[in-house]
Design a protein around this ligand. Structure first.
Ligand code: ZN
Ligand code: ZN
Length: 429
């Protein structure tokens, strides 16, 4: 890490680590990132960025321009999860909050979005401190509600009209891998995730006289079983496809046949064709099972969330991979051989703003925890706490410092021009 953009990061680090631990101890649920957004906006202003708050809810956008040149969008998500922290860390969350359904829930930064915020604020500080070393415009996007697909709300809030159009969108996610490793791939990085709510209508009555009812419990049971055939019988074996019925609620007691049954269904897919097939198949089966039961009313199917695919632009990903390899050394940069099974809403920016995107993950755990593990062939050992676990605990050092460096390293090819003698590889434009 020798480029001008990285100079002085070591001096900034103690404050950045304090900020990280403060964010970790004060997590906020999706769409409730008020404190986090205030801290972000205050720090960006102090660094000299032009700041817009309240974009798509609690979103914060910082803009810094040093003159003509490419526009680089760097994005961090800010929200935490309804998880009770079990790490026992001195800065562990003790917080609770009221969720969207009005329930009091524990809150934890169990996905590491506090890492992302700290890393991006470190990168923005470096960019502001070294404006002589780069040319162009950076958009620092602090996004709400990634866990419930908040990116489209920022887009819908006039993002394209209010801010310069990016030439490249970059984002990163901390992963349950050894600190020091980064991983990416061209093409599909993560698949789509669609969540649906299904309400099946029956006709309730006495448990002793089922002939006078249409039992939505049996209808729901048949639907759940039939849905299992979509992946098993309709999708080719070499395609990524998952259909999970994650919740099923009906009735109150054993001798009352209820009126309705409610299911929630989650679909995962890695190509647009498979995604369309899964959505069509679920609707077809839900409607057909209702018809088979002589339901008095059609089922209702509504979308809970629709995470797009995360697709890395091949050319831009090669530029970022080269930058990582020359900055970090080739053995720290993993070229993933297949997409990850999680999902992200980051793709909404590239699609809406017509810009290429590059997304990568980076290790955030103590390398000592992986001694003897063969990560490349076996993947992450199952006993390692993953994102969303109450035990997920990134090590602040060196994770935060490295996360800042990854953002700066990935942005450098766009922000530095060989013509003016500043550091960096050839600009890809
Ligand atoms: Zn998450
Ligand atoms: Zn996450």
């Amino acid at each position: 890490m020798t480029t001008a953009l990285h100079a002085g990061l070591d001096r900034r680090l103690p404050a950045l680590l304090d900020l990280y631990r403060d964010l970790h101890a004060h997590p906020e649920l999706s769409h409730q990132e008020f404190r986090t957004a205030r801290i972000v906006a205050a720090q960006l202003r102090e660094q000299g960025w032009t700041v817009t708050e309240g974009v798509g809810g609690t979103g914060v956008v910082g803009v810094l321009t040093t003159g003509p040149g490419p526009v680089v969008l760097l994005r961090a998500d800010m929200d935490a999860l309804p998880v009770r922290e079990g790490t026992g860390l001195p800065y562990a969350s003790q917080r609770t909050a009221t969720d969207a359904a009005g329930r009091e829930v524990p809150v934890m930064h169990a996905c590491g979005h506090d890492v992302h915020v700290a890393c991006l604020l470190g990168a923005t500080a470096q960019l502001a401190a070294h404006q002589h070393a780069w040319h162009g415009t950076v958009l620092a996007v602090f996004q709400p509600a990634e866990e419930v697909c908040g990116a489209p709300a920022m887009v819908a809030d006039g993002f394209a009209e209010r801010f310069p159009r990016p030439d490249i969108c970059l984002a990163q996610h901390v992963a349950p891998a050894p600190a020091g490793l980064v991983a990416t791939r061209p093409g599909t990085f993560m698949g789509a995730s669609d969540s649906l709510a299904v309400r099946l209508h029956g006709r309730g009555g006495h448990g002793s006289t089922p002939q006078a009812t249409v039992d939505p419990v049996v209808m729901a049971a048949a639907t759940v079983m039939r849905l299992q055939t979509v992946v098993a019988r309709e999708v080719a074996a070499d395609r990524t496809a998952v259909v999970t019925v994650g919740s099923l609620h009906a009735g109150t007691r054993e001798n009352v046949i209820p009126d309705t049954a409610d299911l929630t269904v989650n679909l995962r897919s890695a190509t647009p064709g498979t995604r369309a097939h899964l959505l069509d198949a679920v609707e077809r089966i839900v409607r057909a099972e209702a018809a088979a039961s002589a339901a008095p009313k059609d089922p209702e199917i509504s979308v809970i969330t629709a995470f797009p695919m995360t697709v890395n632009d091949a050319e831009a990903t090669a530029v970022v991979q080269d930058a990582f390899r020359s900055a970090l050394g080739p053995d720290r940069v993993i070229d993933l051989d297949q997409p990850l099974t999680g999902s992200e809403d980051f793709g909404a920016f590239g699609t809406a703003l017509d810009a290429p995107t590059v997304y990568w993950t980076f290790g955030g755990l103590d390398p000592a925890a992986f001694t003897g593990a063969d990560l490349l062939t076996e993947g992450i050992p199952p006993q390692i706490p993953h994102n969303h676990s109450p035990l997920f605990a990134p090590v602040p050092e060196p994770t935060i410092e490295l996360g800042v460096q990854y953002l700066l390293t990935a942005a450098t090819p766009w922000l530095t021009h060989p013509a003016d003698g500043s550091a960096g590889t050839e600009a890809p434009h």
